[in-house]
Design a protein around this ligand. Sequence first.
Ligand SMILES: Nc1ncnc2c1ncn2[C@@H]1O[C@H](COP(=O)(O)OP(=O)(O)OP(=O)(O)O)[C@@H](O)[C@H]1O
Length: 263
Amino acid sequence: MATVQKDVVSFQHVSKVFNGETIALSDFNLSIDEGEFLSFLGPSGCGKSTALRLVAGLGNATQGTVKVFNEPPKQIVQNTNDIAFVFQDANLLPWRTVLDNVLLPLELRGGNKKEQKKEAIRVLEMVGLKEHVKAYPRQLSGGMKMRVSIARALAAKPKMLLMDEPFGALDEITRQTLQLELLDIWKKEDMTILFVTHNVFEAVFLSTRIAVMSARPGRLSSTIDVELPFPRQLSIRTNQKFTDYVDVASDSLENSSEQRELV
Ligand SMILES: Nc1ncnc2c1ncn2[C@@H]1O[C@H](COP(=O)(O)OP(=O)(O)OP(=O)(O)O)[C@@H](O)[C@H]1O
């Protein structure tokens, strides 16, 4: 069995201050191993997106160190395709077809066009959109647009997928379907996933570990190992163990906001 690479992401005493006054993160410490599905869970404004953006090399820590694969994130982003980002908004180019949207990052990278098309079709098939390669974004539902966005991120074969509330704007049924599909993709593609959410059920359902954050300033208040077996089906939500994890995560969220009020 291949050995798991430790600490593929590490935050060491990281602070992030915007405009010299908004403390988004304060003394934030966390290490993430290869293959984890780690969710950042916390109330609005607690710095979840800020933490994820630092991993993507979008901005610098004000203090402390963020490393990805033992390198500064910007270096990894500039020199490799190891990290891909999926935002809440699918951000598709309206004048390009589904296939051409997925091909875009591959085209920018250069290389064999035939291979690129093959890879784009493979990932579109994986997200269930093989029949819609010629469609334009305006012809797609919100869930389908998000699938294209995920396919576009996967096309570059990243080792790590960063997802910032990707299902936040979707209806509950679509959200659940995409959660199942995402777990499937995570296993098939053998990736590390960092996922931002403020939904406790989503965090427990998807994650191997949850990093619960507290706000003002954004700190790590606890981490929870979710030892529910994979593959996970939607029916797991009615299991006592699932409910117990939801209670633990909810309590942790509540405690972190109480601590905040006491400060
Ligand atoms: N570019 C920026 N300039 C100034 N302040 C910012 C910037 N980005 C984030 N902030 C502030 O930093 C804090 C943390 O924001 P962040 O978006 O990381 O939180 P979040 O937990 O992801 O919130 P949400 O769940 O609402 O998306 C907030 O107070 C926010 O207003």
